[in-house]
Ligand binder design. Structure first.
Ligand SMILES: *[C@@H]1O[C@H](CO)[C@@H](O)[C@H](O)[C@H]1NC(C)=O
Ligand SMILES: *[C@@H]1O[C@H](CO)[C@@H](O)[C@H](O)[C@H]1NC(C)=O
Ligand SMILES: *[C@@H]1O[C@H](CO)[C@@H](O)[C@H](O)[C@H]1NC(C)=O
Ligand SMILES: *[C@@H]1O[C@H](CO)[C@@H](O)[C@H](O)[C@H]1NC(C)=O
Ligand SMILES: *[C@@H]1O[C@H](CO)[C@@H](O)[C@H](O)[C@H]1NC(C)=O
Ligand SMILES: *[C@@H]1O[C@H](CO)[C@@H](O)[C@H](O)[C@H]1NC(C)=O
Ligand SMILES: *[C@@H]1O[C@H](CO)[C@@H](O)[C@H](O)[C@H]1NC(C)=O
Ligand SMILES: *[C@@H]1O[C@H](CO)[C@@H](O)[C@H](O)[C@H]1NC(C)=O
Ligand SMILES: *[C@@H]1O[C@H](CO)[C@@H](O)[C@H](O)[C@H]1NC(C)=O
Ligand SMILES: *[C@@H]1O[C@H](CO)[C@@H](O)[C@H](O)[C@H]1NC(C)=O
Ligand SMILES: *[C@@H]1O[C@H](CO)[C@@H](O)[C@H](O)[C@H]1NC(C)=O
Ligand SMILES: *[C@@H]1O[C@H](CO)[C@@H](O)[C@H](O)[C@H]1NC(C)=O
Length: 718
């Protein structure tokens, strides 16, 4: 950790400098690259290390030069062509730009050449014909012509993240020594050529995110006995030949793959049943080493397949599965992520789900048809960070044992049929950030003299559409410390780091939630870290709005509508300068709308309709943009927004503060659009908004992309 002292540039006898994954920061001393005796320089995965290449006098004895996954920027100097001994050159996922110097084509000793993931212009400006020793190649190019056809000794070929169109080229199938073929993130069309079966040494086949279509003939992968990683997600493949329960007919490919550890078929158009025989799914039965299975966003039907006990990440969300969740799911003792959301699963939540895996961090059963009660088997010491049981038909009470989930960050029990008093003890969950209890039968008071509603980290609370009563005492918001901080708007999403499934990088699972914002109920596939919401709407809260609410200076959305609040709008609400949306409609609030609210220049949505407000509506700033409907139903209110004008009195405030967008507005666009038209739109926007991979870009796309990219590079790199 830390910065390299520039005095390293004086170590003239240094031959090797190996700083793999050292968390280096600052700028890499250029002089090191000119040390006369340096032969090995390894800087891989120091993603905050900035660096530049000197124009000349590069260490002429260099054999091994790896700056992959750092922030080396600028151009590669032409003098690199003088490094006649260079065997290994890795520039992947840096920030290099300009033209690749033609002199690279002279480095005839190269066996490894990795240039992918930079900002180079144009095509490879040299022929590779002098590089006869290459076995590992990762390049940028705009032309997938047959210039590689003679490189039959290649074992690792990365042509990812180019702009290749057309079909998967046939000459690739002549590179029979390939262990790893990565054509991901191009625009290839057509189907997978059946000659792929010639690549019998293939261990990793990655076609992620192309335009490939057609039937995936699994039989043609029959010969690929060593395949351990198969990634076909984000294409348009159709049918997978998985419809049979007859062992003889079942694709042999799937039976041979005992070594398969990683299968990602998410976001395709896979139809049909997953074959089931006596409650076991043949489809995955045979892959006894499977760690990752992601087949979300397809159209699988039938009952839930149970993967082998080795499984660590299992997502089959957004399919058409039905039937009950078999209790065998609780045999998966190594599960970290279980995502069965958005299917049609019914019956009870198996009781054992509360305590079957010591490593479970994500449990997502949202949007199914589950009924019965919530299990109470949550044991202490569990690692759960997200429990999402929302949008089911669960009834009964909230089990107190949830308090054992001490690491819980997001709890969604919304849109069920729970009949219980408000679970005060949630306030003691030290890490809780998001609490959603919307649309249930919660009743009684929310404040309690015996319980301290601490909620130190809470950012989102949605208890709307329940039958909660009573008032909010003045000290109610006292300890909601996370909402008191004005978050800085940068793209950081709530996510959980999970174990690295394949040696190397850690992975992430993004949290999601469904909330109502600015009048729209939306599912957020990602939650921006700084976003804060209080939604108490559609209950029977009464009394005054406590002044203490004004201490929650980070608040973005406040919805108290459809209650029985009385008293005045506290003028101190004007202190909530981040507020974007405020809905106090359908209460019994009286008095005037405080003129101070004109200070809330981020306010985009404001509604005080159907109260008992009087006096004049503030004029100017964002108040000029609110529609009539925001104010109607208040017989004593007047102003230019309403047909009832105020007589002889029209205070107006200058517009000097207008025109500032919210500090996190851009983030919102991203998330909202991502919801509206599905993940893929977010994906496209993500590409437009980013210039650099893998950090921000990859984080935005969530786990599969991240895992894929990182894993490919680590999984294959030797
Ligand atoms: C990438 O390089 C450009 C100049 O080539 C520089 O402006 C930018 O800050 C660099 N980005 C990072 C993340 O280092
Ligand atoms: C490659 O090397 C040859 C001979 O050493 C030299 O003549 C030529 O200029 C070099 N090409 C480039 C592009 O550096
Ligand atoms: C290949 O090597 C030959 C002989 O060293 C040299 O003349 C030629 O310029 C090289 N080709 C490229 C593309 O660098
Ligand atoms: C690709 O390369 C081939 C052979 O080098 C050439 O004939 C073709 O015109 C190139 N295509 C494009 C789009 O540059
Ligand atoms: C492959 O090698 C042969 C013989 O060395 C040569 O004639 C041919 O042009 C090469 N093909 C390509 C695409 O470089
Ligand atoms: C692939 O190899 C076969 C046999 O070695 C040869 O006939 C064919 O021309 C090669 N195809 C390409 C595209 O290089
Ligand atoms: C598969 O891998 C094993 C061990 O890694 C190796 O011995 C064998 O030759 C490989 N088989 C094929 C068909 O590549
Ligand atoms: C739960 O659903 C199952 C089938 O979906 C049904 O048979 C059962 O009666 C339901 N139980 C309750 C308590 O509603
Ligand atoms: C909710 O539970 C209470 C007490 O257990 C019971 O009296 C009431 O009828 C229940 N309400 C509903 C709608 O089931
Ligand atoms: C990359 O570096 C970070 C520390 O900077 C480390 O936590 C992570 O494990 C490293 N990844 C790999 C693959 O070594
Ligand atoms: C509102 O802000 C003003 C000025 O910063 C401060 O004096 C006042 O105490 C604040 N009110 C509340 C309720 O936080
Ligand atoms: C409206 O407010 C006035 C005082 O401003 C009060 O006299 C009246 O009772 C209130 N009406 C309702 C329906 O609450």
């Amino acid at each position: 950790m830390g910065q390299l002292p520039s005095s390293f540039s004086n170590l003239t006898k240094l031959t090797s400098l190996l700083l793999f994954s050292c968390g280096l920061v600052g700028e890499f001393p250029k002089g090191i690259l000119q040390l006369p005796n340096l032969q090995f320089l390894e800087l891989f995965n120091n993603s905050d290390l900035v660096g530049y290449f000197p124009e000349s006098h590069l260490s002429s004895h260099l054999k091994y030069l790896c700056v992959g996954n750092t922030r080396f920027s600028g151009k590669i100097p032409a003098s690199i062509g003088n490094l006649a001994s260079l065997e290994y050159l890795d520039f992947t996922y840096c920030n290099l730009s300009g033209l690749v110097p033609p002199s690279l084509g002279n480095l005839s000793m190269l066996t490894y050449l990795y240039l992918s993931g930079n900002n180079f212009w144009g095509q490879l400006p040299f022929s590779l014909s002098n590089l006869t020793k290459l076995t590992h190649l990762g390049i940028i190019s705009s032309n997938l012509s047959n210039f590689l056809a003679n490189f039959t000794q290649l074992t690792y070929l990365y042509l990812d993240s180019n702009l290749f169109t057309g079909h998967v080229p046939f000459w690739v199938m002549n590179l029979t020594k390939l262990n790893c073929l990565d054509l991901s993130e191009n625009m290839l069309q057509g189907s997978i050529p059946s000659s792929i079966s010639q690549l019998e040494n293939l261990q990793n086949l990655d076609l992620f995110s192309n335009n490939l279509s057609g039937t995936v003939e699994l039989d043609m992968l029959l010969g690929l006995k060593n395949l351990t990683q198969l990634c076909l997600s984000f294409n348009r493949f159709y049918v997978l030949g998985l419809a049979s329960c007859n062992l003889n007919e079942f694709p042999k490919f799937l039976q041979n793959q005992e070594g398969l550890t990683y299968l990602d078929l998410a976001f395709n158009n896979i139809h049909g049943q997953i074959p089931q025989c006596s409650n076991q799914s043949l489809f995955i039965l045979h892959w006894s080493h499977l760690l990752v299975l992601n087949i979300s966003s397809n159209r699988f039907q039938g009952s839930l397949p149970i993967p082998p006990p080795s499984i660590s990440f299992y997502s089959i969300s957004i399919n058409e599965l039905s039937g009950e969740i078999p209790p065998q799911i609780c045999n998966l003792n190594f599960l970290e992520v279980l995502d069965l959301s958005e299917n049609n699963l019914s019956g009870n939540v198996p009781k054992c789900l509360g305590n079957f895996s010591n490593s479970l961090t994500i449990l997502n059963l949202r949007r199914n048809n589950l009924n019965g009660t919530i299990p109470h088997t949550w044991t202490s010491g569990n690692k759960l960070r997200m429990i999402n049981l929302g949008e089911n038909k669960l009834s009964g009470q909230v089990p107190k044992s949830i308090v054992n989930c001490a690491m819980l960050e997001i709890l969604d029990l919304g849109s069920n049929q729970i009949n219980d008093t408000f679970p005060f003890w949630f306030g003691n969950l030290p890490e809780l950030k998001v609490l959603i209890l919307r649309s249930n039968g919660f009743y009684g008071v929310i404040a309690s003299p015996e319980f301290n509603l601490a909620f130190p980290k809470l950012r989102v609370i949605d208890v709307s559409c329940n039958s909660l009563t009573g008032s909010l005492p003045s000290k109610f918001f006292q300890s909601w410390n996370a909402m008191k901080i004005v978050g800085k708007g940068h793209l950081s999403y709530m996510q959980v780091e999970t174990r690295s499934f394949v040696r190397g990088f850690p992975d992430h699972y993004d949290y999601s939630m469904t909330v109502t914002n600015k009048g729209l109920t939306m599912k957020y596939d990602k939650i921006i870290e700084v976003y804060t919401i209080i939604d108490f709407s559609q209950n029977r809260f009464a009394g005054e709005i406590p002044e203490s609410i004004a201490t929650l200076k980070g608040l973005h959305t406040l919805n108290l509508s459809n209650n029985m609040f009385t008293g005045h709008i506290p003028s101190s609400i004007a202190n909530l300068t981040q507020l974007e949306s405020m809905d106090l409609s359908q209460n019994k609030i009286s008095g005037e709308i405080p003129q101070q609210l004109l200070q809330l220049t981020f306010l985009e949505s404001f509604d005080v309709s159907y109260n008992n407000l009087t006096g004049s509506i503030p004029q100017g700033n964002q108040f000029d943009t609110f529609p009539k409907s925001s104010f109607e139903g208040n017989s004593g209110l007047c102003g230019s927004q309403l047909s009832r004008k105020c007589e002889g009195f029209s205070p107006s405030i200058s517009n000097e503060n207008q025109g500032h967008g919210s500090s996190i507005e851009i983030d919102w666009k991203f998330v909202v659009i991502g919801y509206g038209s599905g993940f893929l739109v977010g994906f496209v926007i993500g590409q437009i908004m980013t210039t650099r991979k893998p950090n921000w870009f990859v984080n935005t796309l969530g786990i599969m992309q991240q895992k894929r990219k990182r894993q490919t590079w680590r999984g294959c790199r030797n």
